[in-house]
Design a protein around this ligand. Structure first.
Ligand code: ADP
Length: 726
């Protein structure tokens, strides 16, 4: 159905200031899905689900409702995203609203706070996890939310992140039933179910500002879904993926290659490199050299950053979760500004930041899944990747291409991906780890909860909508028994009550089972070494363990023997409990990465010896830091004083990645573990020592420039003393 467009000035219900703001951002008239949303009551406060393709303007729909509510003084706007990187992206996008006098904030970190400062803001961007933790801390300002937007709502079907999103939506509706809900989704088959669940109007559309052609490459030809067949000769001996990426660069476009593993994203970036390098102008080269320099100057130089810099010099980059977050950002920005020509990425990119390209090439439609083996990816995932094709101001159309090795495969790929509709999504709430945490949170959020209230809360979830109102209850019953047995909740004649321990575990935002493991390891035990504590943290389900590989057992066993007396959990007998023993060793292997980190091993040796990426070290150490903090907080509740100081020190060391002696120096801004070590070795052991130094003396230390030296002295209140200046 053709939907006539509407000029932004003619949108009724939108405040004039909002119209002016949108016009000044280049929005003259609404795109068809936006018209439909307005016509279905977006600005009259209707709940709304939008299932439309990427780049079809979903954010603007949300923004119009947010502007309406905030500018007319009805309340705040809360914008929820699944990832921190997306939160920063949206925050930047919305920061222009300050011009309208609206205060914009982003909140992603620290799960143990109700962040009362947020009550001063009008537009708040948060991750789903942060929103969940704010609900647990009963942040009062949540009641002032007049419109809540959830981005990427189809992630409800994701086993690890879906349950939190689902619970946040259900809880928000309960805490604040008057708030307008806007859910933005990729095109999924059962968007109508989500709409019905949320009592929302549904807007579905396949309209895109840049048309998308999906197709399959086979034997020198591209077969597209519109029936067209295009010759695409690829030189002999050149991998078709490389040829397809290079071809679009030669024609002035950019390509995004999706690889199925981190390793293959590196391999393909290397393969494409020499082809793309030939197409670069002198100007391109000098910009790229500068960019490579930027990569090398961000954080510690290691083999990954060196390899990335080398690819970047040739106009190509790889992108995966193992990269340092700062490097990921550099790559994304440079691709968006067309400086980089090809990015080879793992599918995490498709679910993350917005990074369109003229051509998207899927290197392999199969992926290895632990437990399931090597199998084809879901159609929805292909559509997510394909949705990245076509850049609004740059391309006439976008292309998403799969590669077939035979005629049979060509037909299968057409049938299963190009022409197939994406799958339905299904709630994953009934998994026990998810229920453990969310049921406890529900009980802890009120002084007392009648079991009937818990039942009706569960009945309001998407899970109950899909599977029937009582299907989840047997699992809930098992979880209640576990929570009571472990002392997180107590049954009273009038209802369920969270104990002090239960309250704290819910607020700390850790899996209740992690709290059980921590308590088992800490109660009644003497303080131990950092390795002993790290092993305990890595034995909780909140830390993803690294897998054991062949040969690991042989290396780990002697180490375990040497450190057996430092361990806080009993070592399982390998003959009686083979799985438990393997698991114990896997926790040890994981804790060794963290041990290297807090012992100041250079990133590069950790990467080499432990086979991890810089981004893994970062995310693992941040999770472990949170668990060390949580363990400390649990010790307070449980009265285990002897562990408080060691856990506190470990928490700080995990944050910085250093030995204890450097901690005083790292309290200064701009002083990380590398600079702190250089200062320490030069004789500056404390901030007091630094306060006695002059700028000239400080700049003698490698990596300390005049600016850093000044900043150090300024922080110590010493800069005003003229004689310290060179
Ligand atoms: P989505 O969230 O659906 O992926 P976005 O809302 O990010 O898409 O929109 C993609 C791009 O299109 C953005 O740069 C946005 O500013 C632009 N855009 C959205 N709506 C309009 C419109 N009506 N007119 C012009 N540009 C628009």
């Amino acid at each position: 159905m053709e939907v006539p467009s509407i000029k932004i000035d003619e949108v009724s219900g939108l405040p004039d200031k909002a119209k002016e703001y949108l016009r000044s951002s280049g929005i003259e008239e609404l795109y068809p899905p936006q018209v439909e949303a307005v016509e279905k009551g977006l600005l009259e406060g209707e709940n709304m689900v939008l299932a439309v393709p990427t780049a079809a303007g979903k954010t603007l729909v949300a923004l119009m409702a947010m502007l309406k509510k905030t500018l007319s003084g009805e309340g705040k706007a809360l914008y929820l995203v699944p990832l921190r990187a997306l939160a920063s992206e949206k925050y930047e996008e919305f920061s222009g609203l300050e011009k309208l006098g609206l205060k914009v904030a982003v909140s992603t970190g620290d799960y143990d706070s109700s962040d009362p400062w947020l009550s001063r803001y009008d537009v708040i961007v948060a991750t789903n996890e942060k929103a969940d933790s704010l609900l647990r801390h009963r942040a009062e300002w949540l009641e002032e939310v007049a419109v809540a937007v959830t981005d990427e709502v189809h992630l409800i079907g994701d086993a690890s992140r879906g349950p939190t999103l689902e619970v946040v939506l259900a809880r928000l509706r309960q805490v604040n039933p008057k708030a307008q809900l806007i859910a933005l989704s990729a095109t999924i088959r059962n968007a109508a179910d989500i709409a019905e669940w949320l009592g929302a109007k549904l807007v579905t559309s396949s309209w895109r500002p840049v048309p998308l052609k999906m197709g399959v490459y086979h034997a020198g030809r591209l077969f597209f879904n519109d029936g067209s067949v295009v010759e695409a000769p690829i030189p002999k001996g050149v991998d078709p993926v490389v040829g397809l990426a290079t071809d679009v660069v030669v024609k002035g476009g950019q390509a995004l290659v999706f690889n199925n593993t981190r390793q293959s994203s590196l391999t393909y970036a290397d393969r494409v490199k020499s082809h793309v390098a030939k197409t670069l102008s002198q100007e391109d080269r000098s910009t790229l050299n500068e960019l490579a320099g930027q990569v090398l100057s961000e954080g510690e130089v290691n083999r990954v950053s060196q390899r990335l810099a080398e690819c970047i010099r040739a106009g190509v980059a790889f992108h995966h979760a193992g990269l340092a977050p700062s490097h990921r950002k550099i790559v994304e920005k440079a691709f968006r500004s067309c400086v980089l020509k090809v990015v080879c990425a793992t599918p995490t990119l498709a679910a993350g930041v917005n990074l369109p390209a003229r051509r998207v090439v899927l290197q392999d439609y199969r992926r290895y899944d632990p437990g399931l083996g090597y199998g084809p990816i879901p159609t929805l995932e292909f559509h997510q990747m394909a949705g990245r094709a076509g850049r609004p101001q740059f391309d006439e159309y976008g292309e998403a291409i799969l590669v077939a090795k035979s005629q049979g495969e060509l037909e299968a790929l057409f049938e299963n991906y190009v022409l197939a509709p994406p799958e339905r999504i299904w709630s994953k709430l009934a998994s026990e780890p998810a229920l453990r945490s969310h049921v406890l949170a529900f009980i802890a959020s009120s002084p007392i909860v009648a079991e009937q209230d818990l039942a009706s809360f569960i009945q309001n979830t998407f899970y109950a909508y899909q599977y029937g109102p009582n299907t989840a209850y047997p699992a809930v019953k098992r979880v209640l028994a576990f929570l009571e047995r472990e002392g997180f909740i107590a049954s009273t004649p009038t209802g369920l009550v969270a104990t002090m321990l239960g309250q704290r575990v819910s607020q700390l935002y850790i899996d209740p089972l992690s709290a059980v493991v921590l308590r088992e390891g800490l109660a009644g035990k003497p303080a131990t070494s950092p390795l002993g504590y790290l092993h305990l943290l890595c034995s909780t389900p909140d830390i993803p363990k690294v897998y054991l590989r062949r040969g690991d057992r042989k290396r780990l066993e002697p180490l375990l023997k040497r450190h057996a007396s430092e361990m806080l959990l009993p070592i399982p007998d390998p003959l009686e409990d083979a799985y438990g023993y393997e698991d114990y060793l896997a926790s040890l292997k994981t804790s060794l990465i963290l041990h290297d980190w807090v012992e100041e091993k250079p990133e590069d040796s950790i990467i080499e010896e432990r086979s991890v990426g810089p981004g893994d070290i970062y995310s693992l150490s941040q999770t472990a830091r949170w668990l060390a903090y949580s363990a400390k907080e649990l010790c307070r509740v449980l009265g285990l004083q002897n562990h408080l100081q060691p856990l506190h020190n470990l928490e700080l060391r995990l944050k910085i990645g250093c030995r204890e002696e450097l901690l005083p120096l790292t309290m200064l801004e701009g002083i990380g573990r590398v600079r702190a070590r250089l200062l320490y070795n030069a004789g500056y052991r404390s901030p007091q020592d630094l306060a006695k130094a002059s700028i000239t003396e400080l700049t003698r230390i490698p990596t300390i420039g005049v600016e850093t030296a000044k900043s150090i002295l300024k922080q110590l209140g010493m800069l005003s003393e003229k004689e310290r200046l060179p």
